[in-house]
Design a protein around this ligand. Structure first.
Ligand SMILES: Nc1ncnc2c1ncn2[C@@H]1O[C@H](COP(=O)(O)OP(=O)(O)OP(=O)(O)O)[C@@H](O)[C@H]1O
Ligand SMILES: [Mg+2]
Length: 212
């Protein structure tokens, strides 16, 4: 029987470096002879990428908080059923840029929906799948904002609907992620993501090595 693959997720607020480090991790695992499936949330299947568009685009009819939650969960259910679970079964490692902790942070701590319900809803959407390791990249908001500005300038893109959430939303998110990590320290590793890319990568790789 094929041994089940390892499931690693990256979490954290916008601009902390999730996509950068997820890509580096997938490349490093492949160099070590591991077959890797990389994915991102919301997205990762044809249907889920369409839902991503619905969630991110500026619109005259933005989803209400509960509708937003259900769209995220629909995208996640499709991704788990059709992509992540089959890959893990086949022995591949899966690296996902965001997963279910983002729902607890954004919809729970950010928007104020009840955490216990979100946990159950996540279990339902994921058929109870959880990551083996979640890497929470933590940076002070000023550094994240600076990275986002640099990226926008370099790529000509602008912030999306969720990134534009104002007030103390981003401070609540950061606190939320840290509380989630503290409550589940066996699964979640917090990494200081404020150094340069190589420095952060060294910390990431150190936390993954024990799974090799
Ligand atoms: N350690 C780092 N130091 C400086 N810049 C970085 C670092 N890591 C990533 N960057 C740059 O900062 C920007 C944001 O990084 P990245 O896109 O990986 O973050 P993200 O967490 O995926 O953001 P988002 O939540 O918006 O998808 C990118 O332009 C990236 O090249
Ligand atoms: Mg990203």
């Amino acid at each position: 029987m094929t041994e089940r693959g390892t499931f690693i997720t990256f979490e954290g607020g916008e601009g902390c470096g999730k996509s950068t480090q997820a890509r580096r991790l997938a490349e490093a695992l492949e160099r070590n002879g591991i077959e890797v499936l990389s994915t991102r949330e919301p997205g990762g299947t044809v249907l889920s990428e369409k839902i991503r568009g619905l969630l991110k685009d500026e619109t005259e009819d933005p989803p209400c908080d509960r509708g937003e939650l259900l769209l995220f969960l629909a995208a996640r259910a499709q991704l788990v059923a059709n992509v992540i679970a089959p890959a893990l079964e086949a022995g591949k490692w899966v690296v996902s840029d965001r997963f279910r902790d983002s729902t607890l942070a954004y919809q729970g701590y950010g928007r104020g929906l009840p955490l216990d319900f979100l946990d159950q809803a996540n279990d339902f959407a994921c058929n109870s799948l959880k990551s083996d390791l979640t890497i929470l990249l933590d940076v002070p908001p000023e550094i994240a904002a600076e990275r986002m500005r640099a990226r926008e300038a370099a790529t000509g893109t602008s912030a999306d609907r969720i990134e534009l959430a104002g007030g103390d939303f981003h401070a609540r998110l950061r606190r939320g992620f840290m509380e989630l990590a503290a409550a589940d320290s066996g699964r979640v590793t917090v990494i200081d993501a404020s150094g340069n890319e190589d420095e952060v990568w060294e910390r990431v790789w150190k936390s993954v090595k024990r799974f090799l």
